[in-house]
Ligand binder design. Structure first.
Ligand code: CAA
Length: 257
C-alpha cells in the first residue's frame, strides 16, 4: 500500500507528520487519511509524543478530498465511505495537534486544518470550502467547524461562494492563531509543540478536552466539565510538582502522573 505520509520524530516531544502526495497537491484520498489515522494511533500510544504537527508542502497543505476517488463513489459508496472512520480518529486524538499550513487548504484540506487545536499559517495560505463549485457541499466539518470558528456570516460566504480567504483574513476571523513567512511555518508549529511538551501531560490532555467542550456544550455544562477536570488534576503528582516548583523557584519536572 502506498505511504503518503512522512513521519519524523518524536523530537523533544513533538512528532512531525508531513502529507506527501505532491502530484495531487496532497488530495486526501482514503490512503492518505488511513496513513494519517494510523500515525495518530502510534502517536497516541507513544509516551514520548506530547504534541503532533501536521503539515503539507509549500504549495499545498491539502487541496481537498480526492475528486477522482469521490467521483467513483455513488450514494451507497459515500454512505459507506471508509474515510469517515479516519476523520473520526483524527477528531478524537487526545494530544494537541498543531497544523502548519502553507498554500492551499481547500475542502477536506481546510477541514483537516480545522481538526487541529492550533493553526499556524504561512502568508501564502488559502483556506476555502470550494465544494459548492463541484455541485456538492462540505462533508467533514466544513459547515460545522467552520461556522463555529469564523462565525456564521463568513462561513456562509465561504461555503456558498466557494471563494477562499487568505491568511490575513483567516487570522482576523480567528481560524488561525498566527501567521508567519511560509519558510518558518513548520518551525513555528514545532516550537509551539515543544512548549506544550514541557507541560504536565494530564493537564494538557484535560485542557484540550475542556476547550473542545466549548463547541459541544452550553456554558453551564461546559463550566461543570471544566470544574470537574480541574478537580481531577488535584489528584495528580504533577500538580503537586508544579505548585512545589513554583514555591521553590525552580523548573518543574513533570512525569505524566
Ligand atoms: N483531487 C484530486 N486531484 C487534485 C485535487 C483534488 N482535490 N486538487 C488538485 N489535484 C490535482 C490536479 O488534478 C492536478 O493533477 P494533474 O497534474 O494530473 O492534472 C494536480 O493536482 C495539480 O493541480 P492543478 O494543475 O489544478 O494546480 P493549480 O495550481 O492550477 O490549481 C488548485 C490548484 C486551485 C488547488 C486546483 O488544483 C483545484 O481547484 N483543486 C481542487 C480543489 C477542490 O475543489 N477541493 C475540494 C474537493 S471536494 C472535498 O474536499 C469534499 C470533502 O472533503 C468532503
Amino acid at each position: 500500500m502506498p505511504n503518503y505520509l512522512l513521519v519524523e520524530g518524536p523530537e523533544q516531544g513533538v512528532q512531525l507528520l508531513t502529507l506527501n502526495r505532491p502530484e495531487s497537491l496532497n488530495a486526501l484520498n482514503t490512503e492518505v487519511l488511513r496513513n494519517l489515522s494510523e500515525a495518530l494511533d502510534d502517536a497516541e500510544a507513544d509516551p514520548e509524543v506530547h504534541a503532533v504537527v501536521i503539515t503539507g508542502s509549500r504549495k499545498a497543505f491539502a487541496a481537498g478530498a480526492d475528486i477522482s476517488e469521490m467521483a467513483a463513489r455513488d450514494l451507497v459508496g459515500i454512505l459507506e465511505d471508509p474515510r469517515v472512520v479516519h476523520w473520526e480518529r483524527i477528531a478524537r486524538f487526545t494530544k494537541p495537534i498543531i497544523a502548519a499550513v502553507n498554500g492551499f487548504a481547500l475542502g477536506g484540506g481546510c477541514e483537516l486544518a480545522m481538526h487541529a487545536d492550533i493553526l499556524i499559517a504561512g502568508e501564502n495560505a488559502r483556506f476555502g470550502q470550494p465544494e459548492i463549485n463541484l455541485g456538492i457541499m462540505p462533508g467533514a466539518g466544513g459547515t460545522q467547524r467552520l461556522a463555529r470558528k469564523v462565525g456564521e456570516s463568513l462561513a456562509m460566504h465561504m461555503a456558498l461562494t466557494g471563494e477562499p480567504i487568505d491568511a490575513r483574513r483567516a487570522l482576523q476571523a480567528g481560524l488561525v492563531s498566527e501567521i508567519c513567512q511560509p519558510e518558518l511555518t513548520i518551525e513555528k508549529a514545532i516550537q509551539i509543540g515543544r512548549t506544550i511538551a514541557r507541560k504536565a501531560p494530564i493537564a494538557v490532555r484535560l485542557t484540550k478536552e475542556s476547550v473542545r467542550k466549548a463547541n459541544d456544550m452550553n456554558l453551564a455544562e461546559g463550566l461543570r466539565f471544566e470544574r470537574h477536570a480541574f478537580t481531577v488534576l488535584a489528584g495528580t503528582a504533577d500538580r503537586q510538582e508544579g505548585l512545589d516548583a513554583f514555591r521553590e523557584k525552580r523548573r518543574p519536572h513533570f512525569k505524566g502522573q
